[in-house]
Design a protein around this ligand. Structure first.
Ligand code: TXA
Ligand code: MG
Length: 344
């Protein structure tokens, strides 16, 4: 399939993208979190194409994207008080609400669940695109299943060129990790996936918040997660990733030791850390020093390590629980649970 790569964002581009969606095609588009791969959420046939293009398991539901808060009722049949407060305070923005679905939203979107993920992105191009489509847009991240989510157009082109109808280019994503997923069907709102809207943000408007226990922990064998996406090894680069966690200087020392050892064994070594402290790395990438900058750079860094043919990546993690929640969750997943804790 020929993929139109739209670099100039003008009215004509948006009209064309909207038309593709209405005709049942697939369009990748930028959002403030990561790029999405969109289809008409009301067309089961169109939505099926998303799973095919990504190689995504069919039991992993999609998020429905809207251009405005006023449209939430078209896809959700119940909007509890906490959901209304979150929408009023933070929409449009980097979060997704889990709500009871309307019948019009089919089983292919929700993977058979009675709930639907609803998100109103703040990125102006995303909103214009959804408006031009004139229908709610079902969209997962625009990566091949199992790859890190795309945070710039180059990533999307790498994964999706030839598989979809159009890619709308919009530069780098500002947040860099996927939206916070907040389940509003529970008595107390529950965070199923951490992101740009923090637990503190949720608690400050809803009064309280719960954090799903699986955010920093792997699933037990045969355990069913609330957020089906949790059970898949996500965000995985080809290289093995080991998270080295602890206080800054202690983790640096340990990465010096581990990188030297791996190099001596003949591995191609990558290091993702705050500063280059004499590591034995073929590729060093600066991680940034706070939660926000680390989130923005993480997925691009994982892809760069793969481009360089890296065998093993040592990733430093010394953020506290609060500021590090979203990055820690993504790093733990990309490491498939390989975490090395170091004490002083
Ligand atoms: O920031 C984002 O959320 C991006 C952009 C494109 O908006 N989208 C995204 O979609 O990350 P995806 O498909 O890569 O991740 C969606 C996650 C999956 O883990 C899925 O299991 C969960 O949302 N999800 C979707 N609908 C759900 C539902 N009804 N109940 C629980 N989890 C749901
Ligand atoms: Mg994804």
């Amino acid at each position: 399939m020929d993929t139109v790569i739209a670099k100039n964002i003008n009215e004509e581009t948006m009209d064309k993208a909207g038309e593709i969606i209405r005709k049942g095609g697939l369009v990748a588009f930028p959002t403030e979190t990561v790029y999405g791969l969109g289809a008409n959420a009301f067309s089961e046939d169109a939505v099926k194409k998303i799973y095919k293009a990504k190689g995504r398991p069919s039991d992993n539901p999609l998020i429905v994207h809207l251009s405005d808060v006023s449209e939430v009722e078209t896809v959700a049949r119940e909007i509890p008080g906490c959901a209304r407060k979150l929408l009023k305070n933070y929409a449009p923005g980097p979060f997704t609400l889990i709500l009871k679905k309307q019948d019009k939203i089919g089983d292919t979107v929700t993977a058979g669940l009675d709930t639907v993920g609803v998100r109103i992105p703040s990125h102006p191009v995303a909103r214009k695109f959804i408006k031009a489509a004139g229908v709610p847009v079902a969209a997962p991240s625009a990566n091949l299943s199992g790859k890190p989510s795309p945070t710039n157009e180059k990533h999307v082109i790498e994964d999706m060129k030839g598989r979809i109808d159009m890619i709308i280019c919009g530069g780098s994503s500002e947040v860099g990790v996927e939206s916070t997923i907040i389940d509003c069907t529970t008595k107390i709102p529950t965070i199923l996936r951490p992101g740009g809207i923090t637990p503190e943000d949720v608690a400050s408007v809803c009064g309280s918040v719960e954090i799903d226990g699986h955010i920093l922990k792997s699933l037990e064998k045969d355990e069913q997660p609330k957020c089906p996406g949790m059970k898949y090894k996500h965000y995985a680069p080809d290289a093995d990733v080991a998270v080295v966690e602890g206080e800054k200087e202690a983790t640096e020392k340990e990465i010096v030791r581990l990188s030297k050892e791996a190099k001596e064994k003949g591995y191609k070594v990558g290091v993702l850390a705050m500063e280059n402290r004499g590591f034995c790395a073929d590729t060093f990438i600066c991680s940034g020093t706070d939660g926000k900058s680390m989130a923005m750079r993480l997925f691009d860094a994982l892809r760069q390590f793969d481009e360089k043919g890296t065998d093993i990546v040592f990733a430093q993690m010394c953020l506290d629980e609060k500021s590090g929640l979203a990055v820690r969750n993504r790093l733990y997943k990309s490491a498939g649970g390989k975490i090395i804790y170091v004490s002083k």
